[in-house]
Design a protein around this ligand. Structure first.
Ligand SMILES: [Mn+2]
Length: 363
């Protein structure tokens, strides 16, 4: 297993690459979507949070796709810093909103995703994380929930405010959209949209040597903002996998989100999907509680026995990348860095112990 760090778009520079190397990382996962653009409720030195029903920010330029040239430049910069570029996490709503919404630009947006996947293949970037969701990561609150009063993110109940027109995936893709709200759709309608997306994109992904990696719905609720969600219980990941046996149909395996789900046993879930070799990479995060009442914790302080998780991954010979996902903000002048350094130190120690044969009980 390999240690990685997820970096937001504004962190893609030598200062953050040095930080990752210093913390013992060999890999990075990059976000190219600027979640924080004009998002007043969304501080950039934290994970993107927005407010309970305020979006992260404004999506990118619909006409400016990520090109092979852009991506080759990024990969070279990261390699020059001594790291490997493992994955790009998330598509920009500006480039694919009508795939999610089944809107009039759907065919164009499928071509957009094909172009991005081909560019990634050309640049030698092998994994694209995505999150097939209308409401996106939304409806959460911030507060001093974690150990010692550290600022963390959580949920304090369902969020049923409707999604305004021009917004999807918690970002605004059309600032001039007419007043009104997204019409409600049924779960199976959204499953059908995902299936069509995979059927049209997986062949190009395979040809390009790119793996698609699906994040579960965060927070994992049957609906958020009156719209259905797809993977909100552990068993629903199997439905996604069963859509296609393609080697490019994989998971962005988020432990925190899986632990927030109300059904199933997390250790059985990790066993089930890692034994099938369907994990592209892992979000290594801990939480306390279950949706819709949970909060994110320090890595050593939540409901999940992270050592037991690592032992299961090790047993099933997972050799991919683990990244911290999120951490509470530590009280100091660099809250994000301190939280990440704490998490990475824990992960590195746990991985070293496992390599030396220390096995946690219960694995
Ligand atoms: Mn995650």
């Amino acid at each position: 297993m390999k240690l990685g760090l997820g970096l937001y778009r504004h962190m893609l520079n030598d200062e953050y690459y040095s930080f990752a190397v210093q913390a013992g990382c060999s890999h990075v996962v990059v976000h190219l979507v600027d979640y924080f653009r004009q998002g007043e409720a969304n501080p950039s030195q934290n994970q993107p949070t927005g407010d309970k029903d305020k979006p992260w920010g404004i999506a990118g330029d619909p006409d400016r796709l990520w090109t092979a040239e852009d991506l080759i430049g990024l990969r070279k910069q990261i390699e020059a810093a001594g790291l490997k570029l493992e994955a790009i996490e998330n598509l920009d709503p500006a480039h694919w909103h009508d795939i999610l919404l089944d809107g009039p630009k759907r065919a164009l947006h499928i071509r957009n995703v094909h172009a991005i996947v081909r560019a990634m293949g050309e640049a030698g970037i092998g994994t694209l994380g995505y999150n097939f969701s209308l409401a996106g990561v939304c409806g959460r609150v911030r507060g001093p929930f974690a150990r010692g009063g550290a600022e963390s993110v959580g949920m304090d109940g369902p969020v049923d405010t409707p999604i305004p027109n021009g917004t999807v995936w918690n970002m605004i893709y059309d600032v001039n959209a007419p007043a009104g709200f997204l019409p409600h759709i049924a779960h199976d309608v959204l499953w059908d949209r995902l299936q069509r997306f995979l059927e049209e994109v997986l062949p190009v992904a395979e040809q390009s040597g790119v793996r698609l990696a699906a994040h579960p719905d965060d927070p994992p609720m049957p609906t958020m903002r009156l719209q259905p969600r797809l993977v909100y219980q552990p068993s629903m990941y199997q439905r996604l996998i069963d859509i296609s046996p393609s080697p490019s149909n994989l998971l962005e395996f988020c432990l925190g989100t899986l632990a927030e789900m109300t059904e199933g046993n997390l250790y059985d879930t990790v066993e089930q999907y890692s034994a099938q070799k369907r994990l592209a990479y892992v979000h290594f995060r801990n939480v306390h509680g279950k949706a819709p009442h949970y909060y994110e914790t320090f890595i050593d302080d939540g409901d999940i026995d992270m050592l037991r998780i690592l032992a299961i991954l090790h047993k099933n010979q997972f050799d991919g990348v683990l990244i911290p996902d999120h951490s509470p903000q530590m009280t100091c002048s660099a809250p994000w860095h301190a939280g990440m350094a704490h998490t990475l130190g824990f992960m590195r120690a746990a991985m070293m112990a496992l390599d030396r044969g220390f096995a946690p009980t219960g694995a």
